[in-house]
Design a protein around this ligand. Sequence first.
Ligand code: XIL
Length: 346
Amino acid sequence: MQGSLMKPVLAAAALALAASVPAFSSRADEATLGSAAASAGRYFGGALDPGAFDERPYRELAATQLTCVTPENAMKWGLVEPLRGEFDWKGADALVAFAKANGQKIRGHTLVWHSQLPLWLINGSFRPDELKDLMVAHIMEEAGRYKGAIYSWDVVNEPFTDDGQWRRSIWYDAMGPDYVAIALKAARAADPAAKLYLNDYNVETSGPKMRALYDLVASLKRAGAPVDGVGLQSHFVSGAAPKDIQSVMEEFAGLGVAVAVTELDLRIRLPADDKALATQAADYASVVRACRATPRCVGVTTWGVTDDRSWIPSFFSGYGAALPFDEAYRPKPAVAAITQAWIGPP
Ligand code: XIL
């Protein structure tokens, strides 16, 4: 990703910083994001890049602050099976080992998606019945490999477009809406203990896309399909986090499923001044408070941990500073706000 030239410099700066001022600490009397969430019976998670585990400040921060981890990319189909039948589990295995070593839950991400697929699959001109078999085999392979280790799987990611229509994808084109139930059943068979989620963005506020996901979960429940949760990705612009996110959580929870904030970030139009950081902290707190107030909301995950490895600058031009820790691994005002939102008065 961006900034690779700067990384050694930043890492060195962070190391020096860690030696002088404990920017993050494992002292028992100091709350971490994870321990604060635990006091409310929830987890606090982050998306991680196993390629950065050898960078000590990154590893330390991820190990001490988080009680749940998501592979940002390492479990996506294109990465684990770049050539047909040739698997590369290095990153995914490293993520699982890291989580085990640190007593963290794992959110598996993601089994069935339209994006980051291997070229052999996209360009393969497979028949519909072949695509169904490939999808099921992939789920059995990957969810089977990590059976028992995964707390929850994002089984299907981003099934709808913003207007609430089914998103066209090789899966939808081959099987129609049935692909979702087929995928869920395969995931349940592969790892019966994992909680099975549908995950999407722009579903955190009431609207056509949220409604489409709601109707889908309702119909899956009626049909007895194994769906356990709804993931609200929550990629927001700072200052514009939806005001009705708690009522949206409650609506989904009313269907008898869990909800989770799965990919939270609050991007700021750069440069980020003190006012922008205060606004961001307030938005982080409001999302955490919504989860805390919703009994079926199991936890909050941010899409990364520190700004130096966030996907935002390369995907949203002019934006950045989206995560709770800055590029030098220092806590931003968001950290105290999140902690307070978990442990303070409701
Ligand atoms: C993003 C990663 O952060 C990037 O590194 C990658 O290049 C593209 O995917 N919704 C999702 C995530 O479910 O998997 C995406 O992650 C961000 C949007």
